[in-house]
Design a protein around this ligand. Sequence first.
Ligand SMILES: [Zn+2]
Ligand SMILES: [Zn+2]
Length: 229
Amino acid sequence: MKLFYDFHIHSCLSPCGDEDSTPNNIVNMALIKGLHAIALSDHNTGKNCPAAIAVGQKNGLVVLPAMELATSEDIHILCLFERYEDLCKLERHIQTTRLRVRNKPEIFGRQRILDENDQCIGEEEDLLIVSSGVSVEEAAALVRGFGGIAVPAHVDKQSNGLIGVLGAFDYGLGFEMIECREDVGVRLPRIVDSDAHYLWDISEAEHCIEAETCSAHGVFSALKAMCGR
Ligand SMILES: [Zn+2]
Ligand SMILES: [Zn+2]
């Protein structure tokens, strides 16, 4: 079956994410847009994924647990998972390597952790938009080792895109898929996402994958198949 997707959406846990980007608002907006599957991908954390997954389950939207990892070179890597437990392993790993800088909410924005009723259950105190300490050389194998897929995000963007930062795409880094709006000549499967920091930026039903079932397992299996696994 054809499933319309947007695998790169930020919530209010990202300092740069809008306060209105709560789990319920994101899921409802994705449904209004006609999507079947999304991934919640905050900077260097997955702590709002449990709420978004629960809201998605109640409303018939597949929500993949994810995070947008910032490598030590400040390259953004979208890390997609099937299971939240696997994402947590990555999060625990980067908690020991991440630069510890206290967030200044008045400058960078708040970093709110919400439950499935959009109630605030905590606030992340360390700034999330700093380097994870993971280098771009180790990212693909590290994420794959935890059961995920590492996808260089917005590769053509000057800031934080792999080609933008390194100057060219290096196949030796071991990535199996890229995220990009336009075809930039990289010979890997490509997904197109919104990188929405505001609800209204979430993708329309434009880009789809072919999956066996409309479930986290079905969607993740389809992504793995695109990667040739
Ligand atoms: Zn990014
Ligand atoms: Zn992003």
